[in-house]
Design a protein around this ligand. Structure first.
Ligand code: 5RP
Length: 323
């Protein structure tokens, strides 16, 4: 009964601010203004509300390729980078075994899998006109034959902000991977958890703007809250422009540091809401310096030249400190 006033002298006058209508502000993140509170809050942990951008550190590669170069010992190579990331993209196995539960970083949890880089190709062997033939079926790429790889209860236990699922548009397993994504969207949206559809590229899938527009838009239409895609020199702005939800870029294969920083800068200028990078950070000669330089581009407004100077300064400071 805390609200019953007992006398006129009782503390402060009530103020109803009747002259000020309650604001109904938009939300800082593209396409996300009509979500429920919990999902908006989780997305605000992944994307910085000050600029709507994110630096996600991706180190989930082991889910299909085992101890990837730079990830042989995640405790040694990734933990020093954790303070500079907005969000950690990882598998549940690494989260439980290596990442301290005291981390305050958002979690992007890998939620699809089930194949490996040595899964057998689908092949046909037989005879035609008396000749022995061995054919592999285009589009039946072993890696694309994924399932969902965790339950929603597990995602809640691990306090995931967003679930990552690979989608193989154009492969023979396109339908299955899209179903993996929509199943996860249905489950995750019940609890206000986001889903990030990851555009997979394979031999049957062209790496061009037309393909990426198609794949990213299909994922957004089918409910992905965020889409992860590769950067392209040609037409990347058309991909971000016709995708109604935020796009973050994967880094791809290791590039020279200046080129990777240019890629981040161009992607942001052409409408990406951030990066979800792995190899270009943890395979760098100076991963912490690279991580901080990427932060400088994404959140600090640095151009690639300035960011590269920062990288070199931090790298040489570390060398000096070692001497
Ligand atoms: C696996 C992924 C990876 O997390 C992502 O592509 C890795 O980033 P990078 O390409 O920067 O190493 O989604 O398919």
């Amino acid at each position: 009964m805390a609200d019953i006033q007992t006398s006129a002298s009782d503390k402060k006058e009530k103020e109803y601010f009747t002259h000020l209508p309650q604001e109904a502000p938009g939300f800082f993140l593209k396409g996300s203004h009509q979500y429920d509170w919990g999902l908006k809050n989780r997305l605000s942990r992944v994307f910085n509300p000050k600029d709507g951008r994110t630096v996600m550190l991706a180190f989930d590669h082991g889910y299909f390729q085992g101890p990837t170069t730079g990830l042989e010992r995640v405790d040694q190579t990734i933990l020093p980078l954790e303070p500079y990331a907005d969000c950690l993209m990882l598998t549940r196995g690494i989260q439980r075994s290596v990442i301290p539960a005291s981390t305050t970083k958002a979690i992007a949890l890998r939620a699809s899998g089930g194949t490996s880089m040595i899964s057998p190709m689908e092949e046909w062997e037989g005879e035609l006109d008396g000749k022995k033939l061995k054919l592999s079926r285009p589009g039946f790429e072993p890696l694309s034959n994924e399932s969902t790889a965790l339950t929603i209860e597990e995602a809640i236990r691990l306090n995931a902000s967003i679930l990552a699922v690979q989608v193989f548009v154009g492969s023979a397993y396109e339908r299955q991977s899209l179903k993996n994504m929509t199943d996860l969207v249905d489950a995750a949206s019940r609890y206000g958890i986001g889903v990030m559809g990851v555009v997979a590229v394979g031999r049957a899938m062209a790496r061009n703007a037309q393909y990426f527009r198609l794949a990213t838009r299909i994922m957004a239409e089918l409910g992905a809250n965020v889409v992860k895609c590769y950067y392209l020199e040609e037409g990347f702005d058309t991909i971000t422009s016709c995708c109604p939800v935020p796009i973050v870029i994967a880094g791809g294969k290791k590039l020279p540091e200046l080129d990777a920083l240019k890629m981040c800068f161009n992607a942001i200028n052409e409408g990406a809401n951030g990066v979800d990078m792995g190899r270009n950070i943890f395979q760098s000669d100076a991963p912490v310096a690279m991580m901080r330089a990427v932060q400088g581009v994404v959140h600090g407004g640095l151009n690639p030249k300035k960011a590269f100077e920062m990288y070199n300064d931090l790298k040489s400071d570390k060398k000096k400190a070692k001497k």
